[in-house]
Design a protein around this ligand. Structure first.
Ligand SMILES: C[S@@+](CC[C@H](N)C(=O)[O-])C[C@H]1O[C@@H](n2cnc3c(N)ncnc32)[C@H](O)[C@@H]1O
Length: 297
């Protein structure tokens, strides 16, 4: 006798205009049952999984044996790839320990194309004497088809060092409408880009490893259009959801902990702190003070 397909799960929390859904459970169990994921209709996936660093995530046990963690990683990666539309993009936020394994899996097993291996650099890494202090996480950007992807460089431009530090006249490209601006480099840092801790205005109580809103703003603006569907299988404090909604994208988030999911939903309802729909956030990221006007580059 044929077995019936499992019924579609009900979102624990939901908003409309644009459609925003939060599901509670293990993403490995939930994703294949969400119709849009099963049909491969997701335009953009952003995944910031547990790093297996013994973080206290309310309910999730963040200390699996290494083999088990790798099997877990490959499973959710596969489900995210399956959920993606043919033009879709997958971003993964992951530290040094497992970045290489993820890249090899996505390239060799799933035949995805890597567009960028970005680095999110933050200044307040934990102090240590035994090796250099860790101050980065990898932001891996993959697509199914490099010739058919959503890419909006004009949405994420930032002031170029050549303009702000050196006053280089070659940056005055008024014709292209990008006067003094450039696509950001692949190492991301700057004002508002620090780890969210202490009395940061974005901080959500009780959440571990909350990402800055501007990080998600860059990913979502660059790799999706309004009304497209964004998926985050590890919702946490809800950063992807709150930014996606602010920017008019439809959203699906999955979170293992019911308490985290409820808190993320409250945040999504309340709206973003930093990111605003109209104007993209733009900051100078030059590390040298402006040189004398007219000095040679
Ligand atoms: C690194 S945090 C995500 C942080 C998020 N990007 C933010 O900005 O707040 C990982 C989250 O995934 C959740 N989680 C862990 N394993 C999960 C699973 N199998 N399915 C769904 N959620 C899971 C944890 O409870 C935790 O809230």
């Amino acid at each position: 006798m044929a077995t019936r397909p499992a019924p579609a799960p009900r979102p624990a929390h939901r908003l409309t205009r644009p459609d925003t859904r939060v599901y509670v459970g293990d993403c490995r169990e939930i994703l294949p049952r969400i119709p849009a994921c099963a049909r491969g209709e997701v335009d953009l996936v952003f995944a910031d999984p547990p790093f297996n660093w013994q973080v206290k995530y309310d309910e999730w046990h963040d200390g699996l044996p290494r083999d088990e963690y790798l099997r877990f990683t490959e499973r959710w990666l596969d489900l995210c790839v399956d959920a993606l539309a043919p033009h879709g993009a997958l971003w993964v936020n992951i530290p040094d320990d497992t970045a290489a394994e993820i890249v090899v899996h996505l390239k060799n097993e799933r035949r995805l194309h890597m567009i960028n291996w970005c680095v999110w650099h933050y200044r307040f890494g934990q102090n240590r004497m035994g090796s250099f202090i860790q101050s980065k996480v990898h932001a891996l950007y993959f697509v199914k088809d490099p010739k058919n992807r959503v890419w909006n460089p004009g949405e994420v431009l930032e002031p170029s060092d050549r303009a702000t530090t050196y006053f280089d006249p070659r940056t005055d490209n008024k014709k292209a409408g990008v006067n003094g601006l450039r696509v950001p480099m692949d190492v991301w840092y700057g004002r508002y880009w620090g780890r969210i801790q202490g009395n940061n205005a974005e901080r959500r109580a009780r959440h571990k490893n909350q990402l800055p809103e501007v990080y998600l703003e860059r990913v979502i603006r660059a790799c999706s259009d309004e009304r497209m569907l964004v998926l985050d299988p590890f919702l946490g404090s809800g950063t992807t959801g709150v930014v996606a909604r602010e920017l008019g994208r439809r959203f699906i988030g999955v979170e293992y902990s019911p308490a985290n999911a409820a808190s993320a939903f409250e945040r999504i309802k309340a709206g973003a702190v930093r990111v605003r729909k109209g104007e993209p956030t733009r900051q100078v990221t030059a590390i040298f003070p402006p040189r004398r006007r007219g000095a040679s580059v």
